[in-house]
Write a protein that binds this ligand. Structure first.
Ligand code: B1M
Length: 213
């Protein structure tokens, strides 16, 4: 890994909000692509945070600071990720399901979908089924993407799909789900149209849904 990417990963791990902007700009000046910064620096750092958090070596305030540091860099590279995409190919509605406050992965999916040429409406985190329904009626997306990071909130995806059926909206949209505990088997079980394990595959799947892949 290049030195600057290592420094970016370290800044994310240490929650170094003072340095992250300069480091991201430096990496771009060194001609690293936004994707390289994302994969080799930001994601690498956040993976490490996850391991340390699980091991009890990092605590919630530190993890939040790391998340904010990652988000700060993402704000800089987002236009570049989007720029590398093509023209608008469809609409994606995106939210983290009820009870779940994790939104970094969902934000990445949104960025990748924008990069792939989709108009994205991100309705945030802790979104209940009614929230999805209201947004579908207003935004009229081709695809509804749901994210969950907790085993306890995965079920909310199933409840949301049921609510879409009851509201008569299920046939109008493709439902795509993802998040660390989510699997293809779970997607099949709850009647989602597709599952993606990461943000790049989510954008690919979205393209398949609208027939542009
Ligand atoms: Co939380 N947390 N957290 N947390 N947190 C996890 C998820 C956990 C695995 C940590 C651990 O124990 N090792 C664990 C879940 C255990 C489980 O259920 N199996 C956990 C826990 C337990 C909790 C709390 C309960 C802790 C507590 O309070 N005791 C609590 C729950 C709060 C709630 O949601 N109600 C909690 C809180 C938090 C913070 C608020 C502190 C913070 C979130 C900040 C934020 O998101 N704004 C946080 C964080 C940061 C994490 C870890 C460390 C990192 C998550 C992350 O952002 N990863 C996480 C450990 C880990 O995952 N390594 C952990 C980076 C992100 C890019 O990856 O979100 O997986 P990810 O997204 C990926 C793919 O999953 C996929 O694409 C992305 C990559 O390209 N993807 C999709 C995601 N959504 C998709 C949707 C798609 C397709 C693909 O289609 C629509």
């Amino acid at each position: 890994m290049s030195e600057i990417l290592e420094q970016i990963a370290t800044a994310v791990i240490e929650g170094d909000l003072d340095e992250i902007e300069d480091l991201t700009e430096d990496a771009l000046d060194e001609d690293l692509s936004a994707q390289e910064i994302l994969d080799g620096g930001l994601m690498a750092g956040m993976d490490h945070v996850g391991v340390e958090f699980k091991a009890g070596n990092m605590f919630v305030p530190e993890v939040l600071r790391s998340a904010k540091t990652m988000q700060t860099a993402m704000d800089i590279i987002k236009p570049l990720l989007i720029e590398s995409g093509s023209k608008m190919v469809g609409k994606v509605l995106l939210g983290t399901v009820k009870g779940d406050l994790h939104d970094i992965g969902k934000n990445l999916v949104g960025m990748m979908c924008e990069g792939a040429g989709f108009e994205v409406n991100d309705i945030g985190k802790d979104v209940d089924p009614d929230g999805f329904i209201a947004a579908i009626k207003e935004f009229e997306p081709d695809i509804v993407g749901m994210s969950a990071l907790l085993t306890t909130t995965m079920r909310a995806m199933e409840h949301t799909i049921k609510a879409l059926e009851e509201a008569g909206l299920r046939d109008q949209v493709k439902v795509m789900i993802g998040g660390a505990p989510v699997t293809q088997a779970f997607a099949d079980q709850i009647g989602a149209d597709g599952y993606a394990s990461n943000a790049a595959s989510a954008a690919d799947l979205a393209k398949q849904f609208v027939g542009t892949a």
